[in-house]
Design a protein around this ligand. Structure first.
Ligand SMILES: Nc1ncnc2c1ncn2[C@@H]1O[C@H](COP(=O)(O)OP(=O)(O)OP(=O)(O)O)[C@@H](O)[C@H]1O
Ligand SMILES: [Mg+2]
Length: 614
């Protein structure tokens, strides 16, 4: 909490001084009030002097007005400080999260980051507001009341000195047991957020698999767990108020009893006894409020450490001092390879098996690399090393001859456009999504990208065209439309390297082929127009998508099982041959087109296939 105050409080230092100072003035008036009331009782009511009652009444009224004015100023200072700091912390967190690499994001997890940026910041904000308003008030009022009471009468003060530690002891007991629970509560809130997110974002899948009951059960368990902890804290803290008021009222009874005797013998006035009762009430209620402050600050301190954990997490991927990399000159007879990986390995955690293991390959400029392999074989992880979404743990990855660690990240990610495996758009319009890589892209460029991505037809069919709305995640588009739009988004801004991570999986074979043809044409046209030819990396589970690539990399458990053209691999790589045999028709394997019989099934007469429209 202190760290956060140091980092974000500087701007609000003025408010943090003015606010408590105003509160202090209000507290002084609060402390004077019982004395004025005592005067009113003794000199006005006791002496049957109406003018004295009116006089002291007016004094009390004036004190109330002044006190309220200072309170209002303090409230404003508290609001400005807490809201301002909350906004700044949220902004800093969001900015920092955007700098973190995939590795750090994986470590925290999205739901936890969302809870930290919302609920945890709210807790800190609440503590700051209460701090400005109350941190001075309650301790000062408690101590001030005690001192004032002792100044009136030392004998009655003994009652005070017995009641206050008694309540303090109860508080200490309750707080010591509650504080660990507050920390647990935040972690349990994270879990609820995680289940909520999974359940809501995967609502369709949950329904399709009739898993609603299971999901409800999972959510109910997490919610019950959190509720049980909250109830346990609630039960513990619920003993605070009754015990406080019991001790306080016993104290008041004792004061009235002992004070009454002293009034009778003339040692004290009635007004002084009343003042004593007021001070006693003020002290003990102040202690209750101080305890509430402790609760709020404990929660805030747990939240602050979760916020600091994110803010202190240094991004593992940085590009400080990296100079822009010069791209190869168009027409250069022997340019550096567009991509080269040298013994690159990557693992998701200490002790985990390598998701990418000792991969070495080189792709010349303008060529196409196909990456194929089974589910979980490391295809996505391998391609994410190229735009430096993850850093290779061993070996190196170079783009245009320069190690990716030496590139400024912005430049690298501008040169290398990635179409992620999970297609997603953000809310806005088609145009606002397509211009992510180049905000100044013209309509002509956007339509050209849509044409290449085989997406222009359905966009043209929309009445608003490029300005058609896109809902969060792009959920108002079909899977195939979404994929084509994300491909178009990557093509805007003329990338030199295009990575498509299984981005045509939802496209039919014809559209997939048309897409690859358009990309190849663009590469050739780019070179003919004096630019750099487009280098493409296509990840796919389909042989038909990668078979025409200049080079195919077959991955198996993160390692390269084969590298070469389709024909070379078919002849030499058993895994590739098995994949081909499981997917391609016999005639395709033999280099002929047109029939539809799977290789594993005995060939049927060609006429039968044609009749069935295969
Ligand atoms: N964020 C992550 N944290 C931990 N392990 C991961 C993470 N992402 C992937 N893995 C693991 O790394 C391995 C490779 O995953 P990757 O996503 O690269 O496979 P893939 O070949 O792209 O699979 P698919 O064809 O299903 O897309 C898998 O074993 C997977 O479980
Ligand atoms: Mg993948």
């Amino acid at each position: 909490m202190i760290k956060l105050l140091r980092r974000f409080g500087g701007k609000f230092r003025r408010y943090m001084v003015i606010g408590p100072a105003c509160k202090l003035i209000e507290v002084i008036f609060d402390l004077l009030t019982p004395l004025v009331i005592a005067q009113m009782i003794d000199k006005g009511i006791g002496a049957h002097d109406v003018s004295a009652v009116v006089h002291y009444g007016m004094v009390l009224g004036a004190m109330a007005v002044i006190g309220i004015s200072f309170t209002l100023v303090c409230q404003k200072m508290a609001a400005l400080t807490s809201q301002g700091m909350g906004t700044d912390i949220r902004g800093a967190l969001y900015e920092h999260i955007n700098k973190l690499s995939y590795a750090e994001l994986d470590r925290f997890g999205t739901p936890s980051l969302i809870t930290r940026i919302t609920n945890d910041v709210n807790q800190v904000q609440l503590a700051v507001a209460l701090g400005v308003r109350m941190l001075i008030r309650w301790p000062f009022l408690a101590v001030g009341s005690m001192v004032a009471a002792l100044a009136i009468d030392l004998k009655l003060g003994v009652i005070f000195l017995i009641c206050t530690p008694a309540i303090g002891l109860v508080f200490w007991f309750v707080m010591a047991h509650c504080i660990p629970y507050y920390k647990q509560l935040q972690a349990k809130l994270d879990r609820i957020a995680l289940i909520c997110r999974e359940g809501l974002s995967g609502a369709r899948v949950v329904r399709a698999f009739v898993r609603e009951d299971h999901e409800r059960e999972r959510f109910a368990q997490a919610a019950d767990d959190q509720a049980n902890t909250a109830i346990a804290v609630g039960k513990l803290s619920s003993i605070l108020n009754p015990v406080t008021f019991l001790v306080m009222n016993l104290g008041v009874c004792a004061i009235l009893w002992v004070g009454g005797i002293q009034v009778n013998v003339g040692e004290l006035t009635q007004g002084q006894v009343m003042a004593f009762v007021n001070y006693m009430t003020q002290t003990l209620t102040s202690i209750v409020y101080v305890a509430n402050l402790v609760v709020v600050f404990t929660k805030a301190s747990a939240s602050a450490s979760r916020i600091n954990e994110v803010l202190n997490c240094a991004p593992s991927i940085t590009d400080e001092d990296n100079e822009p990399v010069a791209l190869p000159e168009p027409g250069n007879a022997a340019p550096a390879p567009a991509l080269s990986l040298s013994h690159a390995s990557f693992s998701f955690g200490v002790g985990a098996a390598n998701a990418v293991n000792d991969v070495t390959l080189e792709l010349p400029l303008g060529k196409t690399l196909g990456i194929i392999g089974g589910t979980g074989s490391g295809k996505s992880t391998l391609v994410s090393l190229i735009p430096r979404l993850y850093d290779a743990g061993a070996g190196s990855v170079s783009v245009m001859g320069a190690d990716v660690r030496t590139w400024p990240l912005d430049q690298l990610r501008h040169v290398v456009a990635t179409v992620p495996q999970r297609a997603s758009l953000v809310s806005g319009t088609i145009r606002s999504n397509l211009t992510w890589r180049d905000e100044a892209a013209t309509d002509e460029e956007l339509w050209a990208a849509l044409d290449m991505a085989q997406a222009s037809e359905f966009v043209r069919n929309k009445p608003q065209g490029l300005d058609a709305p896109v809902e969060a995640g792009g959920k108002n588009f079909s899977g195939g439309q979404l994929q084509r739009l994300t491909i178009a988004r990557a093509l805007v801004g003329s990338p030199q390297v295009l990575i498509m991570d299984d981005s045509a999986s939802a496209l039919d074979f014809k559209t997939d082929a048309a897409l690859r043809h358009a990309i190849r044409e663009r590469s050739v046209r780019g070179a003919a127009e004096g630019g750099l030819p487009l280098t493409t990396v296509i990840v796919s589970q389909r042989v038909s998508t990668v078979r025409d690539a200049d080079m195919i990399c077959v991955l198996d458990h993160g390692s390269v099982a084969g590298l070469g053209t389709h024909d070379e691999l078919y002849a030499s790589c058993q895994l590739y041959r098995e994949i081909c045999q499981s997917q391609l028709r016999r005639e395709e394997l033999e280099g002929r087109q047109g029939s539809a019989t799977p290789a594993s099934v005995p060939a049927a007469p060609a006429s039968t296939c044609a009749k069935e429209g295969c």
